[in-house]
Design a protein around this ligand. Sequence first.
Ligand code: PEP
Length: 251
Amino acid sequence: MRQKIVAGNWKMNKLFHEAEDLISAVANEIDDREPDCEVIVCVPSVFLEMAGDYAEESQIRTAAQNVSEHESGAYTGEISAAMLASMDIPYCIIGHSERRKYFGETDDLLLRKTERLLDNSIKPIFCIGEVLKDRESGNHFNIVESQLVNSVFKLNKDEFSNIVIAYEPVWAIGTGKTASPEQAQEMHKFIRGLIEKKYDAETAGKTTVLYGGSCNANNAKELFSQADVDGGLIGGASLVAADFIKIIYSF
Ligand code: PEP
């Protein structure tokens, strides 16, 4: 069986005391009532140490939102994969559409970042997804395929087996416009088929593929009930403890 995951992507939100309140509310809930999924909070890097303390004491897991493509050295402001590993951070988001758009991150760069993480035994949560124009022109399958072919499909099978994929249609992120369960399932099945073609059926069957894009407490259950949807990467709704908790128990 594949690992189900609900991951909250906080982006650049919350102050320290708010972050701690949110993590402690979620951690307490999942420790009291074991969910059918792994629960990850993808926090701003300044909160990783605090989040890591909760992870040591509870079931909650942490993720960084970014990592440098360099190993170490004179890169002011950057954070290396080895630094994350030295703090026992198990996951890191890579390829989020906001980083592709606002920071010009290319498939090539994202592959290098992915390799740094894997070198340090950190699992990338690798985001892919088409913009509205590509969905409307029917080019969405080609876009998603090329994002995979030009990045993580350059890894060998052992390396790829540590990747979590997050399908996040850009037109659904932060817009309140969710992909329908059928649209999500169609794309997730397509992605799993590509993984099977590139590697093999066993790898495809084991790869966790998350859905992200205006997933919330009201629509999570139907999205997560789709055969190839293994959970969600949640933005806005992960910032409110009650909403995030409802999503966690949507399997
Ligand atoms: C995201 O940023 O990864 C995301 C899915 O955001 P939202 O849930 O707010 O659409």
